[in-house]
Ligand binder design. Structure first.
Ligand code: CIZ
Ligand code: SF4
Length: 355
């Protein structure tokens, strides 16, 4: 990257000292990760932000919903900055509050709403987390989706409960079927673009898992074809994927888990072992660079980054940091107090889960 920009980023960071805390998501570019005080997945980063009450500014190198979560979990006086406001998440954008509210009404009309507990993946906007907070629901991450589902099903009595899972159908389906022992037939998909979600009232009554029709544009791309192709080429290869991948891909993989799990697995893998990883490319490349003694490939024929994660680049980072040095807070992410209060209810339910 541009040496002039690297020097400016360093100088700005030094000038701000302890007043700034820089968080870097695992899917961020190398040029940005270099300046992160801590790296992690969205959950770890939100907790790290909460553990820094002395930092005046939290510069969040990640996407919008993550910066919102950091704002919710930090003190009102702390300011969360997202270096590029266009860094959204297409998955989070697939569940809008008005769409979720109308699905909730349809569940009432079908006479099943009181059996349903809403569960939202961390990768959702603050107002969806707030919806879950005020309707008896919970937030989950890819590390604790199973305990969150167990908790949710347990809320409505043995065999009675249903879950509305937002916004990632794949994480919901993979967790329900592979961890909770539900059948594929127990899951239905609510399509917010169709009247009544495209489902009949009978389907809603019979379903245990109502999956929101959302997906990750990066993880959703990995295919069974490529898995088979790689196995044919290298019978020793182990396929390691994130649970945001399609169910068929997860079924064919050797190991499935969160980004933190993927990193720990590669760190613990023996020298000479061979892997294909189904997660975001910035992370896969960094793992390959950090472990030259292991064979690490990307589980896709094409180069595929998360385009919104990649929006946070060195020029945006330098701009945000130098603005802070001048005392100008740009791109601040704030969640309104009412949304924050309700979202916190759902987040705190998650934090209270066992494990
Ligand atoms: O796909 C993502 O954006 C993930 C895994 C985020 C996170 O850190 O939970
Ligand atoms: Fe959203 Fe997928 Fe990008 Fe994560 S990798 S920020 S879920 S689009």
């Amino acid at each position: 990257s541009d040496p002039g920009l690297v020097a400016r980023a360093r100088a700005a960071k030094e000038a701000l000292g302890e007043r700034v805390f820089v968080l870097g998501h695992h899917y961020q570019r190398d040029e940005v990760i270099e300046f992160a005080d801590v790296t992690g997945d969205s959950f770890k980063l939100a907790r790290e932000a909460a553990a820094r009450p002395d930092a005046e500014y939290i510069v969040f190198c990640g996407v919008h919903f993550m910066a919102e979560s950091a704002d919710i979990l930090t003190a009102p006086s702390q300011r969360v900055v997202l270096p590029d406001l266009a860094a959204g998440c297409s998955m989070a954008d697939m569940a809008r509050l008005n769409q979720v509210e109308s699905a909730w009404e349809a569940l009432a009309e079908a006479g099943v709403q009181e059996q349903v507990v809403p569960v939202t993946y961390m990768n959702s906007s603050a107002d969806i987390k707030a919806f879950c907070g005020r309707n008896g629901g919970v937030v989950c991450t890819s590390s604790n989706a199973e305990v969150a589902l167990e908790w949710a099903f347990g809320q409505r009595g043995e065999g009675e409960g249903k879950v509305l899972f937002l916004p990632d159908q794949h994480l919901g389906r993979n967790t329900a079927v592979l961890k909770m022992g539900l059948e594929l037939g127990d899951c239905v998909v609510w399509n917010p673009l169709l009247p009544g979600g495209g489902l009949t009232e009978a389907q809603l009554r019979d379903a245990r898992m109502i999956l929101w029709k959302g997906h990750c544009s990066v993880h959703g791309r990995f295919s069974v074809d490529v898995v088979r192709e790689l196995r044919a080429r290298d019978p020793e290869i182990q396929i390691l994927v994130h649970p945001e991948c399609q169910h068929e891909v997860v079924l064919e993989a050797d190991l499935v888990g969160s980004t933190e799990f993927i990193i720990a697995t590669i760190e613990a893998a023996p020298a000479g072992s061979s892997w294909a990883i189904g997660t975001e490319l910035n992370l896969v490349k960094r793992l390959a660079d950090a472990h030259p003694d292991k064979k690490i490939a990307f589980l896709d024929r094409n180069v595929c980054y998360c385009s919104t994660m990649n929006r946070i680049d060195l020029p945006h980072f330098v701009w945000a940091m130098e603005s802070l040095v001048r005392g100008e807070v740009v791109n601040q992410i704030t969640v309104d107090p009412e949304t924050e209060r309700e979202a916190l209810v759902a987040l705190e339910r998650m934090l209270a889960l066992p494990g």
